[in-house]
Design a protein around this ligand. Sequence first.
Ligand code: KIV
Ligand code: NA
Length: 268
Amino acid sequence: SRRIRAIDLAKRKAEGRKIIALTAYHAHTAGILDPYCDFILVGDSLGMLMHGMESTLPVTLEMMIVQAQAVIRGTSRALIVVDMPFGSYEASPQQAFLNAARVLKETGAGAIKMEGGARFAETVAFLVERGVPVMGHIGLTPQSVNTMGGFKVQGREADGERRLMADARAINDAGAFAIVMEGIVEPVARAIATAPEITTPTIGIGATMACDGQILVLEDMLGLSDRVPKFVKRFGTLRGQIEAAVKDYAEEVRSGAFPAEEHTYQPL
Ligand code: KIV
Ligand code: NA
């Protein structure tokens, strides 16, 4: 069996089958998700989730490449999509292509994702024409935190629907194989996801159930992150489970209950 390709997501949409996606940064967790996800995103959220950064802005291309290599090693089926970090694609279509080509060549991933709407349409087209499948990302785009003035839900302002529809339309028409829609008020997100002119699959995160698929940050949905946005449903309670295991370990080492006979090596 071969990996799912970027172009296969269009088939899911055509058949009305939901597109399932999660993020992963590590070989072993990616391997657990692999049978259940159409695509796995190596998100630049790794800056916050793995490294404790306050935003995704300090994340480098090298960091993305190292974790994408890990995720590729741990998987065999899902499409792997890698985020282009802040500063690696905005300057020009040429800059974006050179860095995206590095990502695909050095990791074996099947696609990249770039934040931004209408003003990045030219870059999306430039990459797609040159063999780089591009996933768009509109609405709440965390790399713009400093110009947006925080992580704010998008589409509430008077011309919000018009602006976001124009962003989706531009990225769609430029040839993106899918569009992530993040943090967009429900009626606006629904209008975009159900618009006949948006032919490429839409992937929601804090958007609408009308999207063709959904994505969440793995650590958030597992209950490992300490603070999560309203749009996250916690499907697990990993933080509590890890804490309980660490407490048991500490107690057993202290009391001498661990290691027991069966954890030691005897001479032959
Ligand atoms: O970096 C990331 O994890 C993302 C998802 C939230 C879509 O971009
Ligand atoms: Na991201």
